[in-house]
Ligand binder design. Structure first.
Ligand code: NIG
Ligand code: FE
Length: 387
């Protein structure tokens, strides 16, 4: 089955062979062949196809790649959000209240909630999502979460080392033994990635190193949460392990930026977190100017960032983090793909997956220019219209 999308006013290809950050084409067309992009070019040159969709001058871009979410959980923490807006600081300890609510939920309750989030992300233009465990913090509890996540995405991350659970209070090293032993054994078969929260109040650099070594030995790819609440060794640890991505990166010293710039590790910035914790935003300009590859992701979770909107992240990154609109759109699509070490998504080139977002707008600029406005017209995932 082939489908021609034509009369595209502005097409974001992210094709490195084309000009500019976004590889823009005007008056463009795309042919979808089954689940893949078959052809990209000028509308006037488009080949025939089985069916035609005229997008009437709208902008089309790759579906967003949200490379950092925590979507399997019970309950919410709206009261914590209200307290933060009144001046209380964010604390990683809040994670434990979501652990209690998640442990209390049945598989079907979590599955129904997760399906709701998947629909919510699709409706906002996200076509690939990474999902982490991390609200179980026991062998059976974490393996349940990675199994549920694997039902909806291949990008599953085992985050048993999210915080030390209450039942291991003052026994953090024993908990790391559990994570790197029986918990990893139970979770690795369902996961592609391992992650650790390397931060004061969560895991030290040495504990994090143990977690990453064990995950790497099991063939899992490496991701790290670091430098969210203060400076520390997490970013350099991630670079040392050749992590695909180190996420948050709100507080960085020059040595962190230099280490990232000299590495293949993507720096994933999460503006929803700073919005919702009232912290200073990370300085994307400093990173990009130093040559660091940057991604944007939602970090959708009930504590630090309960948004699933990549368009919101783009708008905040442009307004508050020194990114140009083109850099922000690239970071939310091709950047997320790089953070997941994927070349088949995040770009509109022949052979890539047919994951496309049609805007109710003539150009990508409107994503930052019209914040909060629902601009999604149609979404295709693997060539199938999902919105
Ligand atoms: O990415 N920083 C650690 N983990 C999550 C927050 C989880 C929570 O507060 O529930 C994050 O921000
Ligand atoms: Fe996170």
């Amino acid at each position: 089955m082939s489908r021609l999308l034509t009369n595209i006013g502005q097409l974001v290809t992210n094709d490195p062979e084309r000009d500019g950050i976004l590889g823009l084409l005007e008056d463009a067309a795309v042919v979808i062949e089954n689940d893949r992009i078959g052809w990209v070019g000028a509308a006037a040159d488009a080949p025939a196809a089985d069916s035609v969709t005229d997008v009437a001058g709208a902008a089309v871009l790759p579906g967003y790649v949200d490379s950092h979410t925590h979507l399997v959980f019970g309950g919410d923490r709206a009261d914590e959000f209200e307290a933060r807006m009144a001046g209380r600081a964010y604390s990683a300890g809040g994670i434990r209240s979501t652990v209690a609510a998640t442990r209390a939920a049945t598989d079907d309750e979590l599955r129904t909630r997760l399906a709701g989030f998947v629909g919510e992300l699709h409706a906002q233009g996200t076509t690939t999502m990474e999902i982490k465990s991390g609200y179980g913090l026991g062998v059976a509890e974490e393996s349940r979460l990675v199994r549920l996540a694997a039902e909806v995405t291949p990008e599953v991350t085992f985050l048993g080392a999210h915080v030390v659970p209450a039942d291991y209070a003052d026994r953090a090293d024993d908990y790391v033994d559990l994570v790197t032993g029986p918990m990893l054994d139970a979770c690795a078969p369902h996961a592609r990635w391992i992650d650790v929260f390397c931060e004061a109040g969560a895991f030290t650099v040495e504990q994090s190193r143990r977690v990453l070594e064990a995950g790497a030995a099991r063939g899992l790819g490496i991701r790290v949460h670091a430098n969210q609440l203060g400076t520390g060794g997490g970013v350099r640890l991630a670079v040392e392990f050749g992590a695909a991505s180190v996420d948050h990166c709100t507080f960085l010293v020059d040595g962190d930026v230099a280490a990232l710039a000299a590495s293949e590790t993507v720096c994933t910035l999460l503006p929803g977190v700073e919005f919702s914790t009232r912290q200073p935003y990370p300085n994307a300009r400093r990173l990009i100017d130093a040559g660091v590859r940057v991604a944007l992701a939602s970090d959708c979770n009930p504590g630090s960032s309960f948004t699933s909107s990549m368009a919101f992240c783009i708008a905040v990154a442009v307004r508050e983090m020194g990114m140009t609109p083109a850099e922000a759109v690239c970071a939310a699509t091709a950047g997320g793909a790089a953070a997941l070490r994927r070349t088949d998504i995040g770009r509109v080139v022949p052979g890539a997956r047919a994951d496309l977002l049609q805007l109710k707008a003539p150009g990508y600029l409107h994503l930052a220019y019209r914040p909060g406005v629902p601009l999604v017209e149609r979404v295709w995932k693997d060539g199938v219209l999902v919105v």
